[in-house]
Ligand binder design. Structure first.
Ligand code: GLP
Length: 252
């Protein structure tokens, strides 16, 4: 695991964007795993800037998003498809057929989950997965207690998660009760992972996930087992890490 501690949230986003930039310059046909949430907004803004300056292109990039709410239309302002379109896809040259987001309106959700797993495999797996972390340690929408062997599946969202996302919907009552998410197994099969977190509210969970016991109760703790994990935190999100943790770790 490599950990970078940035001074600000903005610098955290820029550092993640730089890693993606390097990758897309070297390997323009990268398969990216993408995340949504407030943490990602600045990252996508930097990627759009890099595209506009002609430094990177998404023409040959394939994307798989982590998750989507069940039961809301893709055009709903709070759907993750809409989020991706607004913050990234509409600004860059990605081909619509190369964008994959689970369909939360599918009639047969089991079939949808299976076909999402198959699509990831058919594209040769995910080269670089971007992750945020939920207040309760979730990754994607894999809530505490999710077995590490899961592939794409439908989940019941916890109240913590629904409350954390209420801002995107107006009120907690409007937040869907279910979502469809890549499983922990899909995430762990990515060849490399960037985990991003900012703000004091995430600090205790970040410390637990990165330095505590590896347990399904803290889904992000499984990432300690990934051989190619880069963690990018801002100072506040890093503030609960054990004091001696950085003595022997790579901190930039
Ligand atoms: C949602 C997403 C996660 C994301 C998390 C954190 O629940 N499903 O993939 O990591 O929110 O969001 P934020 O960045 O807004 O804190």
């Amino acid at each position: 695991m490599r950990i970078y501690v940035a001074d600000t949230k903005d610098e955290m986003a820029y550092r993640a964007a730089e890693i993606i930039e390097d990758r897309l310059i070297k390997y323009p046909d990268t398969t990216l795993g993408l995340a949504t949430g407030g943490t990602m907004i600045e990252l996508y803004r930097y990627l759009v800037q890099m595209y506009e300056r002609g430094i990177i292109s998404f023409k040959s990039v394939v994307t798989f998003n982590l998750d989507e709410y069940v039961g809301i239309e893709p055009s709903h302002p709070a759907s993750f498809r809409r989020f991706m379109y607004e913050y990234l896809f509409k600004h860059v040259d990605i081909l619509p057929q190369n964008v994959h987001i689970p369909d939360g309106m599918a009639h047969d959700m089991r079939a949808e989950c299976k076909s999402y797993d198959c699509a990831i495999k058919e594209h040769g797996g995910i080269d670089l997965q971007i992750l945020g972390i939920g207040l309760n340690g979730h990754i994607g929408f894999n809530e505490p207690g999710t077995p590490f062997g899961t592939t794409t599946h439908v989940v019941d969202l916890t109240e913590t998660t629904r409350a954390a996302n209420a801002g995107f919907f107006g009120s907690i009552e409007d937040v869907p009760k279910q979502a469809v998410t890549m499983g922990i197994k899909n995430i762990m099969q990515s060849r490399s992972i960037i985990l991003m977190a900012s703000g004091e509210a995430k600090a205790d969970m970040v410390a637990k996930a990165l330095t505590g016991p590896i347990t399904p109760q803290v889904p992000a703790s499984v990432l300690q087992l990934h051989p190619q994990l880069t963690v990018i935190l801002d100072r506040q999100a890093a503030s609960s890490m054990p004091k001696d943790y950085f003595d022997c770790s790579f901190v930039a």
